[in-house]
Design a protein around this ligand. Structure first.
Ligand SMILES: Nc1ncnc2c1ncn2[C@@H]1O[C@H](COP(=O)(O)OP(=O)(O)O)[C@@H](O)[C@H]1O
Ligand SMILES: [Mg+2]
Length: 363
């Protein structure tokens, strides 16, 4: 644990076709045959088409898309629960696709851990014994396994529950056990397939906070699947959006919300509370030449990566109508007014445009 260079993932030119003669159809798919055509003409299902994703070690990569878009198919390639029809899946530079049976077993046990939507807890084992399960399989001595499991149970907020059984716990608590079990493995790669999708909204947000808290400490490479954009935006350092087995957009939350690649992404984004996602940077009036003398006289400063909602909260109830926006080095990069911020909240889809206009006004 702790080596930040550990656990980077690269998915390259990955194709998955389901059907008895999959390999024979890769070229047709490469040459543009659609999922519908492949199914109609050859009776095969296109699972994934030409997926390319680089996941930095220690980051959270969210994969998002509607049901049937290929999310589970994709994540299952990372620990090779599914064999690709073509392509590479590199973890720490090693192609998982080319591993022999023994290497694959070692890889799965030591390099990856999974958290499932349905928790997959063993009903006749206590919380502690469920948490220790992976360590047991690894052949780790019981006393040591127990210490590790107890530490993670405490970390996910389940201290005192270790001798309970799964059916004595709520869904949220069972998912905490699932997370503690996965973390006990101390694998550099954590795979979470709709892990929170069955939880009630408030419990779900709780679990997101638990994950973010722990991640700040352990810096695993996490692949997190969800069909919920709010969850994606909250958790993802990077987000990839899938449709019909293809990645149609990859980027940060800012990229996705401010510049949706097409109508499909835009339809997800429409429901988002942008005040909580979009940074002040996107709505400010940029300084023509960033300089140390760009402060408004006597005014307050706001960091460029603060959300619109937070910035409004900072200005509300103060005499200031405008603030200086500063970058991470405290250098002024722009100004933002109460009106600009409020306008961006109300007239959400004009944010990019507004920023463009302000820039034009300055020039
Ligand atoms: N074993 C399989 N055989 C045939 N088709 C499959 C199989 N697994 C998945 N698919 C198909 O691949 C597509 C992607 O499925 P999946 O990865 O489960 O989507 P998601 O997780 O985004 O809901 C769907 O069209 C699904 O029907
Ligand atoms: Mg799925």
């Amino acid at each position: 644990m702790g080596d930040p260079a550990f656990g980077g993932i690269a998915v390259r030119n990955l194709y998955k076709i389901f059907g008895p003669n999959a390999g024979a159809h890769v070229d047709a798919v490469r040459n543009g045959m659609t999922k519908t055509e492949l199914n109609a003409v050859h009776g095969h299902v296109l699972g994934l088409r030409d997926i390319n994703i680089e996941i930095a070690s220690g980051s959270i990569q969210v994969i998002m898309g509607l049901s049937g878009s290929g999310k589970s198919t994709l994540i299952r390639h990372i620990n090779r629960l599914i064999d690709p029809t073509a392509g590479e899946v590199l973890v720490d530079g090693v192609d998982v696709v080319k591993m022999g049976a023994a290497d694959l077993r070692t890889f799965r046990r030591h390099q990856t851990a999974m958290v499932f939507q349905k928790f997959a807890l063993l009903p006749h084992r206590s919380v502690l014994d469920n948490t220790m399960f992976g360590l047991e399989i690894q052949g780790i001595e019981r006393g040591k396994s127990r210490d590790i499991a107890m530490r993670w149970l405490e970390r996910v907020g389940l201290k005192g529950f270790e001798s309970k059984y799964p059916n004595q716990l709520s869904g949220g608590m069972q998912q905490r056990v699932g997370l503690a079990r996965a973390l006990s493995n101390d694998a550099p790669v954590l795979l979470m397939d709709e892990a929170y999708s069955a939880l009630d909204p408030l419990i779900r947000m709780d679990m997101q906070s638990v994950l973010l808290d722990i991640q700040a400490e352990i810096r695993k490479t996490i692949v997190f699947i969800t069909h919920d954009l709010d969850e994606a935006l909250r958790l993802g350092d990077q987000i990839a959006i899938l449709r019909d087995g293809e990645v149609i957009q990859q980027g940060t939350s800012q990229d996705i919300v401010l510049r949706p690649a097409d109508d499909y992404v835009a339809s997800f984004v429409r429901e988002v509370n942008r005040g909580r996602v979009v940074h002040v940077e996107a709505v400010m009036t940029p300084l023509r030449t960033p300089s140390a003398s760009g402060h408004l006289p006597g005014g307050r400063t706001i960091a460029a990566d603060v959300t619109i909602e937070e910035a409004l909260r900072m200005l509300v109830g103060t005499p200031d109508d405008e603030a200086t926006v500063v970058d991470a080095t405290a250098k002024p990069v722009g100004t933002v007014s109460f009106r600009q911020l409020a306008g961006a909240m109300v007239n959400a889809h004009d944010i990019g445009q507004q920023a463009g206009e302000s820039r034009a006004n300055v020039a």
